[in-house]
Ligand binder design. Structure first.
Ligand code: ATP
Ligand code: MG
Length: 335
């Protein structure tokens, strides 16, 4: 649904050039929710604004719903943009208009006849659960409700794609959860493809199918969330399961064991201890619900150097667990 190839955007001002987006490739399949995580200034908003050409990239290709956006004429681009909704951190509502009036606004701009507008507004407000607040003004509703208005407004043109720029970062955790649930629900009911940017790991954990970590304009990691969590050395996994820097004692093996789904229910620690008659020390870990499955990471310590634990480590891997060994001996690291 969204296909981006080698996207690059450079800002130039007063002789200085900032490469905000640097050679980014991104594919978001139809009906997927993809999250881009990154610190302030990483280039997330710039990337998002390129997807509907609010920002013109210096080079690269942007395809949305089969259309090469950079090849479209003015009128074609305007129509294509109507199929791409966008929501923002600070909602951007018109304070002089009611909730219904705010949702009607894009319909007016699109030239939807007055007679059809009221029915469409009612339908949109129902979708986001705001029917009872149609006549309220933005100052009279909560932040979460304001974002619901923002979402209803973004859906006015029956978009296939929704772009979200930190839509929940001005909200408290409970309200954030309800907005994420709404996005997930709309994604399922309308087949909406969502590209969102966030700095909250929780957002990725709750609703994203795929994710990327962006730094200095580049994607340093990208893929299905599940794959990233199981990949040794993944930054996403490290953020989700924060563990202190490993500091193996001499004569021990410290390993991070990641498990998900079925393998989460098997008692691998006791099985390991029993099979090899060893003491397994648990140094830390966490279990999280990610995209509806249980994913966990446990740091364990085994007696003996990694070389002496080859069978034990294979035992864990054979059980379908992802195993990352810390503090390998120099001999093994050099291999
Ligand atoms: N209009 C602009 N003119 C010049 N430089 C810009 C412009 N917009 C963004 N930049 C620069 O591009 C880089 C990326 O900015 P961007 O807003 O995309 O980051 P971000 O990841 O969205 O950050 P935040 O999390 O703070 O919103 C930054 O270095 C920023 O200063
Ligand atoms: Mg931003």
């Amino acid at each position: 649904m969204i296909q981006i190839d080698k996207l690059r955007k450079v800002y130039r001002s007063r002789g200085r050039a900032v490469t905000a987006v640097d050679d980014v490739d991104l594919t978001v399949g139809e009906g997927e929710i993809f999250g881009v995580l990154g610190r302030s200034g990483a280039g997330k908003s710039t990337l998002l604004r390129c997807v509907n050409l609010l920002e013109r990239p210096d080079s690269g290709r942007i395809e949305v719903d089969g259309q090469d956006l950079l090849a479209l004429s003015g009128g074609e681009l305007r129509r294509a943009r109507q199929r791409i909704g966008m929501i923002h951190q600070h909602f951007g509502l018109l304070s002089s208009r009611t909730v219904a009036g705010n949702v009607a606004f894009p319909l007016e701009v699109m030239g939807v006849p007055r007679g059809e507008r009221a029915a469409r507004v009612a339908e949109l407000l129902d979708l986001v659960g705001l029917t009872d607040h149609a006549r309220a003004y933005p100052a009279q509703i909560s932040g979460g409700q304001k974002q619901r208005v923002g979402i209803a407004r973004a859906l006015a043109g029956r978009p296939k794609v929704l772009l979200s720029d930190e839509a929940t970062s001005a909200l408290d955790p409970e309200t954030t959860a309800s907005i994420l649930e709404l996005l997930r629900d709309l994604n399922r009911r309308l087949g909406l493809t969502v590209l969102l940017i966030t700095h909250e790991m929780d957002v990725v954990k709750r609703i994203c199918d795929g994710a990327a970590i962006m730094r200095d304009g580049r994607f340093v990691e990208s893929g299905p969330v599940r794959d990233l969590l199981l990949r040794p050395g993944s930054e996403l996994a490290r953020d989700l399961f924060p563990l202190p820097a490993p500091d193996p004692r001499p004569g021990t093996t410290v390993a991070d064991v990641t498990f998900e789904g079925d393998s989460a229910d098997r008692p691998f620690v006791s099985s390991l201890a029993r099979t090899y008659a060893i003491d397994v020390n648990i140094l830390g870990g966490a279990v999280e619900e990610v995209g509806g499955t249980r994913v966990g990471r446990l740091r364990v310590e085994l007696p003996g150097d990694p070389e002496t634990n080859a069978a034990q480590l294979a035992h864990l891997r054979d059980a379908g667990l992802t195993v990352e060994v810390h503090g390998r001996s120099e001999v093994e690291a050099a291999r």
